[in-house]
Ligand binder design. Structure first.
Ligand SMILES: [Cu+2]
Length: 135
C-alpha cells in the first residue's frame, strides 16, 4: 500500500509540472522565487529582468540582488500600484519580498525611488495575467 501511495504522489507532481510547462508561465508559479538584479552600468541603472509575469492570485518571492556599487530600492507602493513596500538593498546584498498577486489581471510599475534612479532606468513592469484554469 505504501508503495502505491508514493507512486500516486509522484504521478500527481509530474502531472502538475507538465501542466505548468504547457501554460507558458513556467518561470513563475505559486511560491516560486523570482530573481531580480539591480545595479549600474554605462551611466545607466537597471533592474533585470525588465518584465515579470505572475499568474493572478499567485504568491511569489522576489529575490532582489544589488550587484551595483550604490544603494537601491525595490517598491511599488503608490495608489493603484502593486502594494510592495519600499525596501532598501545595500550594494552586494540580497533582499527577499513575498508578494501575492491580485485576483484580476493588472500591470504595475516596480521601481527604485532614490533620486534620479527611476529616470536612469530603474523601473520594471510587473504583469499579472489570468492563471490558466486547471482541467
Ligand atoms: Cu536605485
Amino acid at each position: 500500500m505504501r508503495t502505491v501511495a508514493v507512486t500516486l504522489v509522484v504521478a500527481m507532481a509530474l502531472g502538475a509540472a507538465l501542466a505548468s510547462a504547457a501554460c507558458g508561465l513556467t518561470a513563475v508559479g505559486e511560491g516560486q522565487e523570482i530573481h531580480v538584479r539591480a545595479g549600474e552600468r554605462d551611466g545607466e541603472m537597471y533592474f533585470e529582468p525588465k518584465r515579470i509575469v505572475v499568474p493572478t492570485g499567485a504568491t511569489v518571492t522576489f529575490v532582489i540582488e544589488n550587484e551595483g556599487k550604490q544603494d537601491h530600492e525595490f517598491e511599488s507602493v503608490e495608489e493603484g500600484e502593486a502594494g510592495i513596500e519600499e525596501i532598501l538593498i545595500p550594494p552586494g546584498r540580497t533582499r527577499r519580498v513575498v508578494w501575492t498577486a491580485p485576483s484580476t489581471p493588472a500591470v504595475y510599475p516596480v521601481y527604485c525611488d532614490l533620486p534620479g534612479h527611476r529616470e536612469a532606468g530603474m523601473e520594471l513592469t510587473l504583469e499579472v495575467v489570468a492563471a490558466t484554469p486547471t482541467p
